[in-house]
Write a protein that binds this ligand. Structure first.
Ligand SMILES: Nc1nc2c(ncn2[C@@H]2O[C@H](COP(=O)(O)OP(=O)(O)OP(=O)(O)O)[C@@H](O)[C@H]2O)c(=O)[nH]1
Ligand SMILES: [Mg+2]
Length: 318
């Protein structure tokens, strides 16, 4: 049992949605049980939204870009939720506080819900909560869920596993940065958007596009994979919106949307089993004493990490 008024949640009641997300985000054990119960209830009435991830280096202009997209989307009378995964927001101001301020035009619109994801604890927890928050937004009737994630750590790979369309937002001349830091990122990307191009010449834009075309694998799309825009003056946004719209229709009609979601379920099932095995292992009383003994042995040079850890795992996970 949980205390959330499910009917109201389904009717898109925003205070109830906010209350439900707070429950999901709680780290209290008793709340977790209620949250699991709530998510179970939601999955019975699953509604398919279009989930879009916008990823990119800090400061690339993700929030500003999303704001431009929102201005296009609200014209269509769609309900849109914007969520953020930001594992670094504890240390820096992060995108969260800024987002609220930057999205001031759109977030005041009745069809738009902006929710920063507070960063408590480790990344795994944050991502799990974001996935469940998406489910809550879908239950509340949102048509589109946009997830903003900073290109820090592994967040974009996890975000990929909970969304339908992955946008990598970059700025001109960041090819070397991407090459050095994120070799695999282009492979999981559906659309590369080069932002902040308002003062860039046609020639330079072409050079940028060539760079990405050379570095991408050959997955087939019926749109040009590299697009440019300026989120400052809105140039190029409408074209990107049209690509998103067309792609949603295509993915929905040819079954890719559902296929992709099913593949993602496989990922979350395995991830959840892994977490449970680890919890179960460490929750055994004797394990922590034995780990201390292992450390002692390694210090005394009477055993190796590999040998001793294999022994303890074999002993407790038969
Ligand atoms: N010149 C120019 N500036 C832009 C453009 N888009 C965003 N900016 C500016 O870039 C800065 C960062 O924009 P944000 O939207 O906060 O970037 P972000 O990627 O969301 O940043 P984090 O959430 O902190 O990672 C702000 O000062 C924006 O006004 C653009 O197209 N052109
Ligand atoms: Mg931001």
């Amino acid at each position: 049992m949980n205390n959330i008024n499910f009917k109201k949640l389904q009717n898109g009641d925003i205070p109830i949605l906010a209350q439900a997300i707070t429950l999901i985000e709680s780290t209290l054990y008793s709340d977790r049980i209620k949250a699991n119960d709530l998510i179970k209830e939601c999955t019975k009435f699953e509604k398919l939204s279009y989930r879009i991830c916008v990823s990119g280096a800090p400061g690339a202009g993700k929030s500003t870009f999303i704001n431009c997209l929102l201005n296009e989307l609200i014209k269509e009378d769609l309900k849109i939720a914007v969520l953020a995964i930001d594992p670094s927001s504890n240390e820096s101001k992060g995108s969260i506080l800024g987002d609220k301020a930057r999205m001031n035009i759109s977030s005041s619109h009745e069809n738009i819900f902006v929710r920063p994801s507070p960063s408590k604890g480790e990344l795994g927890g944050v991502s799990k909560r974001t996935r469940e928050t998406i489910i809550l937004c879908e239950t509340a009737g949102f048509d589109i869920v946009i997830v903003e994630t900073t290109g820090v750590g592994q967040t974009e790979y996890i975000a990929k596993e909970m969304t339908d369309f992955f946008i990598l937002l970059t700025i001109p001349n960041s090819g070397d940065y991407l090459q050095a830091i994120k070799k695999g990122i282009l492979e999981i990307t559906d659309l590369i958007v080069i932002n902040k191009t308002e003062n860039i010449t046609e020639n330079e834009i072409q050079k940028e596009k060539n760079y990405y075309h050379q570095n991408q694998k050959s997955k087939k799309y019926n749109f040009e994979k590299v697009q440019t825009c300026s989120s400052k003056n809105g140039l190029g946004i409408n074209k990107i919106y049209n690509i998103l719209y067309q792609n949603f229709i295509t993915q929905k009609n040819n079954g890719d949307l559902i296929k992709n979601r099913l593949n993602q379920i496989k990922y979350w099932v395995k991830k959840s089993i892994n977490e449970k095995i680890i919890d179960k292992f460490y929750n055994q009383k004797k394990v922590s004493t034995e780990i201390d003994e292992i450390i002692k042995k390694i210090k005394n040079k009477t055993g190796s990490v590999e040998e001793l850890t294999k022994k303890i795992v074999d002993k407790y996970l038969k």
